[in-house]
Design a protein around this ligand. Structure first.
Ligand code: FMN
Length: 480
């Protein structure tokens, strides 16, 4: 039993039952990798030690909440003030209180939703893509690949654009800007031709948007030459960007599709057209939930956009390529794709993102994830002596190693922690059938043959109980 099994209930019964602490908030901190925040909230006082455990009785799963919380070792020196001013940054000149924005989707599609998100602490929103098309959505429209505890790993949607009229959306923008002048209103939009791109750019500028995001990347469009069809053709990206540039004085951002082999071609085209920044990634074309037992004899499948945790490595690769491209220097990069925790966001920032956006994690867990995004990143910056989030932008770019320059002269062997081994033999099996037959079993425990081991680390990855770790020692390979 651990915090990963917490259901993350809204208005949680454990917190209502406890009179001293907010156990739901503590568990949420742990769930979202914010252990430093949990320790800081506890400071030197751990009231769970002498408690009767009403929270556990109230918990629908009766989780051992007291054990989880008492196992945290409070830091010496007491509670420290978290200084959020280090999170301040900007979006093409618009001051942001932190780098966290909602990305254009259902999570930012009405006045009430954006207002609630802003109150919760989000610095702004890319509003759901506005258009002049007649949008009729399908039902149901989502499917998912799940991991432990029903956690969504990969999420597929077939949603299109805002199904509100332009006039309705403009009324929302005016009200949002009136009531939340300091929150960024980035309005996403999509035209079907030159005339529509020009018309919408002018209308949305008048409506009070702070910046415009051109959607060149929705993979679910039914009309030809819209969405990711455009993002795949650099000449069209450049043409529409130029038209938008001519019809607004606002910063303009090109939202790019990952459904290409080289994202830099469209990014550079957007730059030539006059874009001030780039947003990536939109969803990846995908197929999941193939109907293998059809009642009508037809195997139904729908291609849709894939997002969430599973796409993060792909999104990180695209962001790194954008920030490494000298032709894109000076472009604001607003990054997204699988961000759930402050650590995820940090990875994008050190690879060159100036701001980050989120959809799928909000759909799964709600706007409240902003609490740990902010707290986790602020504590990290503070603990590492950084005064501003800007100080770490791009800092990992130089460390990216290409396949050509990778040092292949050494082996790092795995290290077996005998006391943690439960004798499941999974390491043995994987090495036998998927590795180099370097593990044998002796008295129920694995033995490594360094003569055969190539240091691939498959055993470290497959072992469920963390009983095999990297030795982190580089042993020079023997010369042939
Ligand atoms: C249900 C849903 C609707 C979306 N609608 C839009 C949209 O209208 N415009 C847009 O630019 N991107 C849209 N996206 C893409 C997201 O803004 C984002 O680029 C993508 O989901 C990756 O981020 P994530 O992993 O945090 O969700 C949508 C994504 C989802 C899941």
């Amino acid at each position: 039993m651990n915090h990963q099994q917490c259901l993350l209930c809204h208005d949680a019964a454990c917190t209502r039952a406890c009179g001293r602490l907010d156990p739901a908030r503590m568990l949420r901190r742990l769930y979202f990798d914010n252990e430093a925040g949990a320790l800081n909230a506890l400071a030197e006082d751990n009231p769970c030690r002498e408690c009767a455990g009403k929270c556990e009785t109230a918990c629908p799963l009766h989780l051992p909440i007291r054990d989880i919380i008492t196992s945290l070792k409070p830091q010496s020196g007491g509670k420290k003030e978290v200084d959020y001013s280090c999170l301040k940054t900007d979006f093409c000149g618009f001051e942001l209180e932190n780098p966290f924005l909602l990305s254009s989707s259902v999570v930012a599609s009405t006045y009430e939703m954006c207002a609630r998100a802003f109150e919760a602490g989000w610095a702004g929103a890319a509003f759901k893509t506005v258009c002049l098309m007649d949008i009729r959505e399908a039902s149901p429209r989502f499917s998912a690949i799940k991991g432990d505890n029903s956690r969504i790993i990969g999420f597929k949607n077939i949603e299109q654009l805002s199904d509100h009229t332009l006039e309705e959306n403009i009324a929302v923008f005016r009200k949002l800007k009136k009531n939340y002048p300091h929150k960024l209103l980035l309005v996403s939009f999509m035209g079907r031709d030159d005339r529509e791109w020009a018309y919408l750019a002018a209308k949305l500028t008048e409506a009070g948007a702070d910046a415009l995001e051109m959607n060149f990347s929705c993979p679910n469009m039914t009309e030809e030459h819209t969405g990711s069809d455009v993002g795949q053709i650099p000449a069209l990206v450049e043409r529409y960007t130029r038209i938008v540039r001519e019809h607004t004085h606002l910063p303009i951002i090109a939202k790019l599709t990952p459904n290409v082999t080289d994202i830099r071609l469209s990014a550079e085209a957007a730059g030539r057209g006059g874009a001030d920044g780039l947003a990536a990634i939109n969803t990846i074309k995908s197929l999941i939930d193939v109907d293998i037992d059809p009642t009508d004899g037809i195997y139904h499948v729908a291609i849709g956009g894939y997002s969430g945790k599973a796409v993060k490595p792909i999104a990180l690769r695209f962001i790194a390529e954008l920030s490494q491209d000298p032709q894109l220097t000076g472009q604001h990069i607003t990054a997204m794709g699988g961000i759930e925790t402050w650590k995820d966001a940090l990875e994008f920032i050190v690879l060159g993102a100036d701001s980050v956006q989120v959809t799928t994690a909000v759909m799964q867990y709600g706007y409240r994830i902003i609490d740990d995004l902010r707290e986790g990143l602020a504590i990290y910056l503070q603990d590492h002596g950084f005064r501003s989030v800007r100080d770490i932008e791009n800092s990992a770019i130089e460390g990216i190693v290409s396949t050509e320059t990778l040092d292949r002269s050494f082996i790092i062997y795995p290290k077996f922690l005998r006391e943690r081994c439960v004798g499941c033999q999974r390491c043995y099996l994987s090495c036998l059938d998927g590795g180099h037959q370097a593990i044998t079993m002796k008295d129920g425990h694995p033995q490594l043959d360094p003569g055969k081991c190539v240091g691939c680390h498959l055993c470290v990855l497959v072992y469920p109980q963390q009983a095999i770790v990297s030795s982190n020692v580089k042993v020079p390979k023997k010369k042939d």
